[in-house]
Design a protein around this ligand. Structure first.
Ligand code: ARG
Length: 271
C-alpha cells in the first residue's frame, strides 16, 4: 500500500560559501578539495526535488565566514511553530545560531528561545508523533534534553551516540512517518542501553546495515511517502519500498565531504 505524503515547509541555505577548512567530524578532511559549483548543483537538485513534490522551501542567506551554514538542520528545532534555537558545540559554527534566530524573528515566529545549553538543532533532535528523540555524546549536551522537554512539552528520549562517524543523531536515525512513530536507524551508532530503548519504543523500526549507514543513508528526509536519501545507500531501497515508501536517491557527494547529506541540509518548520 502506498503511503500518503503531507506537504512540508523546509528551511535551506545554499552552499554558496561551502568549504572544508576545519575538521570537526571524521568526514571532514581539509586536504580534500571541494568542487563548489558541483556542490551548488547537487544542493539545487535537492531543493528542486522538494519543490516538485509540492513542498515549500524557505531560504536562509549564506554568510561568507560560515562554511557549514548549508547544514541548515543544525540551526534550530521547530515544533508547532515554537522555535528552540541552537547553541553550537564548536566555535567555528557558533555564529550560525544567531543568523537562524534572526530569520525566525523576521518571518513571523514569535516564540523563539535562545537556549542555555548546547544543542545542534535537528542534528540531534528528531520528532516523532509521541517523542522528541535526542542524541548526545558528541555535540548536544544532555542538559539540552531537559531544556527541550520543558520548552516543547513533549517527552524527550535521550540516546547515546558512541561512534564518531555518527556524531549527530540524524546521521544514524531517520523518522519515516512522523504521524505514527515509524523510524529507521543503525544500531551500531548507539550504546547498548540506547539500543534497548530503541527496540522497546520502536519494535517495528527499519534496521539499517553498516554499509548503508556508512553511506550516510540514514541522513534522509521523509514526507510520509517519499524518502529522499543519499543515493549510495542502495540497501535501504527495498525495505523502504516494502513498507510502501517511495525512496528517491540523491547525489550530495560534495556535501558529504563536510559530513552531511539530505537531512543535514534540511530543517523542517513544523506548523
Ligand atoms: N560539518 C558539519 C558539522 O560537523 C556537518 C553538519 C551536518 N549536519 C547534520 N545535521 N548532521 O557540524
Amino acid at each position: 500500500m502506498p503511503r500518503d505524503a503531507s506537504p512540508r515547509r523546509y528551511l535551506m541555505c545554499p552552499p554558496a560559501h561551502f568549504r572544508v577548512t576545519y575538521s570537526i567530524n571524521p568526514w571532514m578532511d581539509p586536504a580534500k578539495p571541494v568542487d563548489l559549483p558541483l556542490a551548488l548543483t547537487q544542493w539545487e537538485d535537492l531543493r528542486d526535488r522538494y519543490l516538485a513534490l509540492g513542498h515549500t522551501v524557505e531560504l536562509l542567506e549564506p554568510h561568507a565566514g560560515l562554511p557549514d551554514m548549508v547544514f541548515a538542520a543544525n540551526g534550530a528545532t521547530v515544533i508547532e511553530g515554537r522555535v528552540l534555537g541552537a547553541r553550537f558545540a564548536f566555535a567555528e559554527r557558533a555564529a550560525e545560531a544567531a543568523v537562524h534566530r534572526e530569520w525566525f524573528r523576521a518571518h513571523g515566529f514569535t516564540d523563539v528561545r535562545e537556549p542555555d545549553h548546547v544543542n545542534e538543532g535537528e542534528g540531534d533532535f528528531a520528532v516523532t508523533s509521541t517523542y522528541v528523540l535526542a542524541g548526545r555524546g558528541f555535540r548536544s549536551s544532555p542538559l539540552s534534553h531537559d531544556e527541550a522537554q520543558e520548552f516543547f512539552g513533549r517527552p524527550v528520549i535521550g540516546l547515546d551516540l558512541v561512534d564518531p562517524r555518527y556524531y549527530h543523531l540524524d546521521t544514524a536515525l531517520c523518522v519515516l512517518d512522523d504521524a505514527a512513530d515509524e523510524i529507521m536507524y543503525y544500531p551500531g551508532a548507539f550504546s547498548p542501553g540506547s539500543r534497548s530503548v530503541l527496540r522497546r519504543l520502536f519494535p517495528d523500526a527499519l534496521i539499517a546495515g553498516e554499509e548503508d549507514a556508512a553511506a550516510l543513508g540514514l541522513n534522509a528526509v521523509s514526507d510520509g511517502r517519499h524518502v529522499l536519501l543519499p543515493q549510495a545507500a542502495v540497501g535501504l531501497l527495498r525495505p523502504l519500498r516494502e513498507r510502501g515508501f517511495e525512496p528517491i536517491g540523491m547525489d550530495l557527494g560534495e556535501l558529504l565531504k563536510g559530513g552531511g547529506s539530505v537531512k543535514c541540509c534540511t530543517q523542517e518548520l513544523r506548523p
